[in-house]
Ligand binder design. Structure first.
Ligand code: FPP
Length: 287
């Protein structure tokens, strides 16, 4: 569970009006959970899914966007308050320009078509990652979507675009050295007193200069559950600091086939894991 994630009256009221007073939504038997989980997903397998069907890779990405819609809708009903999706890594620029272009257009289309719906459902959207290499129309669409959804109390959806965890760590460390006080004594004192929480805040602000003014500097909670689809078993430079104690869940299912039920299965497995954070289980410690 992540500190700072609370089931506020505001959120409860939002859920009540959205889900229990809306005929097209959850059945009355589905009680909202106090949302505490941060789930991160590496959405892998779009290309293979498409190739296996004789389709261009871009068709796999388009189908992947449908899976994103499903998962975003399901997440709040499964106790998730933060959902971070790896949409484009900084190393993905090494893909053929045609595929990169198709992905960038897809991100823009998603933001344009979804932001009103996200706002209605109380989903706050942020994009993490570098912005200076994105096209101006995409940057404009990102800022518009962030403004439109700001303050959504139900789910914080973070899309990682041109994101690299190592780059974010280097930026945070650089911010640390440049903010150091001038006197050597004060600098040493600041170095000794730096806490993990302070560093996490610097890390969260790593891309803030790229992101403009819309609420990017609050520290992201640690990841509770990291999911990777597509049968690969690695982290690929995603949220390396935030995943220090994340439970890892790998599935062979390709991302376009990942559904709300797949997310529910991952969350169920997560709840069966025993998280010790380096300590011993209470029974062993007592005996
Ligand atoms: C990795 O799978 C996936 C990506 C690099 C892109 C992820 C993008 C989406 C899921 C599109 C929709 C996203 C949003 C936010 C609208 P891959 O294509 O490298 O798969 P492969 O290993 O089978 O080639």
């Amino acid at each position: 569970m992540s500190p700072g994630s609370v089931w506020t009256a505001e959120r409860a009221l939002f859920f009540f009006t959205q889900y229990f007073m809306s005929p097209s939504s959850l059945s009355n038997s589905a009680k909202p959970l106090p949302n505490t989980l941060h789930i991160a997903i590496i959405m892998d397998g779009n290309g293979r899914w498409a190739t296996a069907r004789g389709l261009p890779r871009s068709a796999g990405h388009r189908q992947g966007a449908e899976a994103v819609r499903q998962v975003v809708e399901a997440a709040p009903t499964l106790g998730v308050h933060t959902l971070t999706l790896y949409a484009f890594s900084s190393d993905n620029w090494n893909r053929p320009p045609r595929e990169v272009g198709a992905l960038m257009r897809l991100f823009r289309a998603y933001l344009r078509s979804e932001s009103a719906r996200l706002a209605e459902r109380g989903v706050r959207l942020s994009v993490i990652g570098r912005r200076d290499r994105l096209t101006l129309p995409l940057r404009v669409e990102i800022e518009r979507a962030e403004r439109r959804t700001a303050g959504g109390p139900v789910l914080h959806l973070r899309l990682a675009i041109d994101y690299s965890a190592r780059d974010a760590l280097v930026r945070a460390a650089t911010a640390l050295t440049t903010r150091a006080p001038l006197s050597p004594h004060a600098r040493a004192r600041a170095r000794d007193s730096l806490t993990r929480e302070e560093f996490a805040r610097l890390l969260a602000a790593a891309y803030a200069a790229d992101a403009g003014a819309v609420g990017h500097a609050s520290a992201a909670p640690d990841v509770d559950l990291m999911i990777r689809t597509g049968g690969e078993h690695r982290l690929s430079d995603f949220l390396l600091w935030e995943c220090a104690y994340a439970e890892l869940y790998f599935t062979d299912r390709m991302w376009p086939e990942f559904t709300a039920a797949s997310l529910a299965a991952a969350v169920t497995e997560f709840h069966h894991r025993v998280r010790r954070f380096g300590a011993l289980p209470a029974a062993v410690a007592a005996g």
